[in-house]
Ligand binder design. Structure first.
Ligand code: COA
Length: 258
């Protein structure tokens, strides 16, 4: 896959997408959002890809937000469309992938950058990472899911504070609030994500996709998460992975999920 603003590579069953606009702190312009959509879509349809890691290039930033230059003169209609399209092509799209996505937050994750990390299924940060939703300092609000996903992850009070103050929190604070699962030195960030990915790869990707669907259902309006869990639990019984997983357990061997 060749992209202007992304690097994509695959090692064993793990693909890594690196957002590569370091001189702009990997800010998400329109082209980068479209390329991310294409990259995630292609990797999701590739059966050999079992985990996707998304990170930023350089040591300074994961993503410093949506590209402010691109929307500075937008009208109400253009602003609405920017958010709507962003949700559809990237943020909701990533959240609803059946391939697990880990965000390796290697520096500033601000605005759309933190929103992208929050759309991923979980996050790991380097010690130098700084996270925040500074949109109200620009006279706008988070528009790529930040007002919804931040309270889900850190609780309403802390999300209110972070959004109202527009200030950044450190990686350690983010861990305390449950926004990231681990904090490590920068050189250990990708190795840790790969180690976690290797643990995931050993399990049934079909069952993992079903679990993602059931977990996400809890955060989707007008959907009964318990109902989705019951349905997905039942569906699992018809899969080859279920037969292999249970047979392997009974035969006292490791499962071999195709
Ligand atoms: N959109 C567009 N360009 C951005 C950007 C963004 N969100 N964030 C950083 N950049 C660009 C800067 O304009 C600068 O480009 P230039 O060299 O052509 O002038 C380059 O990236 C480096 O950024 P700079 O501000 O010089 O780095 P810094 O170390 O002084 O500050 C930040 C780092 C992250 C604190 C600062 O860049 C910043 O506040 N960025 C905006 C964050 C934000 O509000 N995001 C939410 C957007 S909705």
């Amino acid at each position: 896959m060749n992209f202007e603003n992304l690097l994509v590579n695959q090692h064993n069953n793990i693909a890594t997408i690196t957002i590569n606009r370091p001189t702009k702190l990997n800010a998400l312009n329109k082209n980068t959002i479209e390329e991310l959509h294409q990259a995630f879509k292609t990797l999701e349809s590739n059966k050999s890809v079992r985990v996707i890691i998304v990170t930023g290039s350089g040591e300074k930033a994961f993503v410093a937000g949506a590209d402010i230059k691109e929307f500075a003169d937008f009208s109400i209609e253009e602003g609405t469309e920017l958010a709507r399209k962003g949700h559809e092509t990237l943020f909701d799209f990533v959240q609803n992938l059946s391939t697990p996505v880990i965000a390796a937050v290697n520096g500033f994750a601000l605005g759309g950058g933190l929103e992208l990390a929050m759309a991923a299924h979980f996050r790991v940060a380097s010690l130098n990472a700084k996270m925040g939703l500074p949109e109200v300092s620009l006279g706008v609000i988070p528009g790529y899911g930040g007002t919804q996903r931040l309270p889900q992850l850190v609780g309403k009070g802390k999300a209110m504070e972070m959004i109202m103050t527009a200030s950044m929190i450190s990686a350690e604070e983010a861990k305390t609030y449950g926004l990231v699962n681990y904090v490590v030195a920068q050189e250990e960030l990708l190795p840790l994500c790969e180690k976690l990915a290797l643990k995931i790869v050993k399990n049934s990707s079909v069952a993992i996709g079903a679990a993602i669907k059931a977990i996400n259902a809890n955060y989707t309006n007008c959907v009964n998460g318990y109902g989705v869990e019951i349905e997905q639990f039942g569906v699992s019984f018809g899969t080859d992975d279920f037969k292999e997983g249970t047979t392997a357990f009974l035969e006292k061997r490791k499962p071999n999920f195709e």
